[in-house]
Ligand binder design. Sequence first.
Ligand code: NAP
Length: 349
Amino acid sequence: MNKVILVTGANSGIGLALCERLLSQDMEGLQLCLACRNMHRAQAARSALLSSHPTAQVDLLQMDISSVSSVICAAHQVKLRYSRLDYLYLNAGIMPNPQFDVKAFFRGLFSSNVITMFATAEGILTQKDSITSDGLQEIFATNLFGHFLLIRELEPVLCHAGHTSQLIWTSSSNAHRSAFNLEDIQHRRGNQPYSSSKYASDLLSLALNTHYNKEGLYSSVTCPGFVMTSLTYGILPSFPAFLWILLMPLFWIIRIFTNTFTLTPHNGAEALFWLFKQKPESLNPQVKYHSLTSGLGNNYTQPCKMDIDFEMSEVFYEKLLQLESEVRKKLKAKQQKSSTSFSPPAGSS
Ligand SMILES: NC(=O)c1ccc[n+]([C@@H]2O[C@H](COP(=O)([O-])OP(=O)(O)OC[C@H]3O[C@@H](n4cnc5c(N)ncnc54)[C@H](OP(=O)(O)O)[C@@H]3O)[C@@H](O)[C@H]2O)c1
């Protein structure tokens, strides 16, 4: 039987590189489903994959992960199409309006923290968030909550007796406990919503293991390292493309000191691909699997213990369930309102 793999944010960067790597390894027994918000970009990604793997099975699914109704609708489609999902890669993510703190960067450059600063961007990146039409913080909704809702909706195809399925998150080494607050899980008040959302995915993954392992569903988190994608180019939007190219030799040199500079999407997808080949029962729910590239360009995966605990993950999980029930109620009320406003007046034919 084919292995069915759904990848969110599959039309570019790390998601697309992962699909390419999966097909290169074993295209006979795989059925890939690219879940993307923009169907033109999704089609282009599908064509690119099929040009190098003409017989591969690559399906498309329209889904805006930041929208509650879009996620529910897409999950419905998945349940109609597939009886089982073997892998769900929770990869779509945004870091909009990033602000690069030049002063903090130069301070870090001449401090003993320089390697950590390059490896995790700690202290040098802040973002301006916005609100979705569902009333959620956009970065939280995209990077975390939409994926949580997707998992909840896909339970019937993810949890099967006698069979295991895997959830694989693209988290980040920028996931800092200091950026996350249980009293403000959407990060409405701070200026590091990206870091908060990634720490939240680490916490959620632990809680998902606690609640779903007995049903055969396992969750792991990865960090792709520092990869040149549209997300990274967005950090300095006014930076012309040729300057990034000029910086590349410097990045290759930095890689000698910090192997987290994976740089290409292919290298960044290493840990995501490595997890595909592991038995989920053998994985440690408290570690993050890092994609690393050596100075000589060799890729490998390294587990690192996360700064998370069970108690905090459980409290967070309860809060997410509560938020889920609130957004579902809101959606129902919205749907009822629009159906009554469109219903013909009594007595009309
Ligand atoms: N690049 C790095 O150095 C780095 C480091 C750590 C973690 N990460 C994580 O890696 C993941 C992939 O990012 P990337 O670096 O490969 O950047 P990317 O090329 O910009 O890929 C992000 C993907 O997410 C999709 N996406 C964004 N918002 C979406 C939405 N509302 N609904 C559906 N899809 C949506 C994008 O689709 P569109 O094309 O439609 O925008 C795109 O396909 C992200 O979760 C990111 O946080 C990246």
